[in-house]
Design a protein around this ligand. Sequence first.
Ligand SMILES: C[S@@+](CC[C@H](N)C(=O)[O-])C[C@H]1O[C@@H](n2cnc3c(N)ncnc32)[C@H](O)[C@@H]1O
Length: 270
Amino acid sequence: MSQIALTERQRREREYYDTYAKYNSPSSNSIDMSPVYALTEGGEKRPWNSYWAIYDFAWNHYSEGKALLDFGSGPGENALRFATIGYRVEGFDISEENVRIANKLFENKDCFGSFRCATAESLPYKDESFELIFGVDILHHVDIPKAMAECHRLLRPGGKAFFREPVDAPLFDWLRNTRIVRAVFPKDVSLENHITEDERKLDSSDEEVMESKFSNIKKHHYLLFARFDKFYREGADPNPSNLEKLDYFLIKRLPLLKKFCGVVIYELTK
Ligand SMILES: C[S@@+](CC[C@H](N)C(=O)[O-])C[C@H]1O[C@@H](n2cnc3c(N)ncnc32)[C@H](O)[C@@H]1O
């Protein structure tokens, strides 16, 4: 990996996440497995939460021996949950530090999984290697046309990819970027808030790229009023959010609200 020529953007992302990983690496015992235990052990499910819903999709598509690629696997927490469902997991990330942490995590947990350092734009796997690809908060960091081409190449015919991503909601984003709101709630590049200089929300041009590659695209919407959770809930609050539940209820009944949502899980079928 160190020999691969990185673009300036990739270099900045790697530097940022290598630093982030040094200070925030999860310890194997601190990883919250409840989104998966809700499925495997019949606990409380949270279909209204996009981070939990990802595992519902993984659970519904599981069959023994299936290979899953975690696209931009970070430090391996999501991959560990996929492995707990039963998948043979592979993952990649541009950050060498994240890849080291993910491999170590799987070694400590005695799970099957392997992680490589690679870029989403040019991946070291053979064509049609995977039946399923999952990505969490990754596409908005990468060159989407190139990453989508790789994702399509790696999927077997009929295979599916799921990506959980923040998306542009024009009205909210316009308000968010007005001078007054920015002055009260600044949004700077920061390790603390996990915002890199190059990330950006997905918009209709990114969806056109997906449409040009995949035969079928389904969108699952989240985050309407739950945007306001950040003003009164701790980031790590383990309790369910009432606003997320309200969003789930409203979006189902009033589909027009989808265009105001801030998160989409894209379900792409090859
Ligand atoms: C917000 S984190 C999400 C990580 C992981 N999916 C998770 O949910 O914990 C974004 C990840 O994208 C990785 N990344 C950024 N640009 C990349 C690229 N061009 N190719 C591969 N990984 C990249 C970063 O190193 C980082 O781990």
